[in-house]
Design a protein around this ligand. Structure first.
Ligand code: COA
Length: 168
């Protein structure tokens, strides 16, 4: 990232979310109006990148999920146990404020999510994403995600490929 360093933390509900604008309306309105309620209900976890002056420059959300073996590429599915699905973590949303786009922050938030998912003591085979459109899907493929053969907007990255950083 070329600009001042960002700090990634779990969303603090005291932070001002109202000025955040990625330009993707559903992602912005979710962050403005819904995310804190979902956190309270333990439906999602949200992490934000903060500038040194506490401005939210980007956010992503994580939740538990499962990945159907039948949806995986055959070469990967055949190496997994013969159960209908394997545990996974879903990155449901990822958005960078327009002011900070193109500076590496989206990639850094994705790396942070992978690191966080790989560091958890609860087992998960992969981080999965459902991209909102083909442009977003190509962002994930650019970062090594594998598209599901029959749902090209959905992709995953096995977490055993991630060397996680210990978290305290
Ligand atoms: C997608 C998004 C998160 C990318 O964030 P960003 O900070 O602008 O992206 P970065 O600067 O971190 O880009 C990192 C790398 O991804 C590449 N990249 C960015 N968008 C890409 C795309 N749509 N397709 C392919 N590659 C892409 C960049 O070229 C860069 O490549 P490099 O590291 O090899 O130089 C941001 O544009 C955004 O918030 N979009 C609106 C919401 C959205 O589409 N979210 C996706 C989840 S549904």
């Amino acid at each position: 990232m070329r600009e001042a360093p960002f700090r990634v933390i779990a969303l603090d509900t005291q932070l001002d979310r109202t000025t955040f604008c990625s330009g993707a309306e559903p992602l912005d309105s979710y962050f403005h109006r819904q995310v804190t309620q979902d956190i309270r209900r333990r439906i999602t976890a949200c992490f934000v990148a903060l500038t040194p002056d506490q401005r939210v420059a980007g956010y992503y959300t994580l939740a538990s999920a499962s990945l159907l073996l039948a949806d995986l590429p055959a070469a990967i599915g055949k190496k997994l146990p013969r159960s209908p699905s394997v545990p996974a973590i879903r990155m449901e949303r990822l958005a960078v404020d327009q002011h900070f786009k193109g500076q590496g922050l989206g990639g850094a938030l994705l790396a942070d999510a992978l690191d966080r998912a790989a560091a958890t003591e609860i087992a998960a085979f992969a981080l999965m994403v459902d991209a909102k459109d083909e442009t977003a899907a190509s962002f994930y493929v650019h970062h090594g995600f594998i598209a599901l053969p029959d749902s090209p907007l959905a992709s995953f990255l096995p977490l055993d490929t991630i060397r996680s950083t210990p978290r305290n």
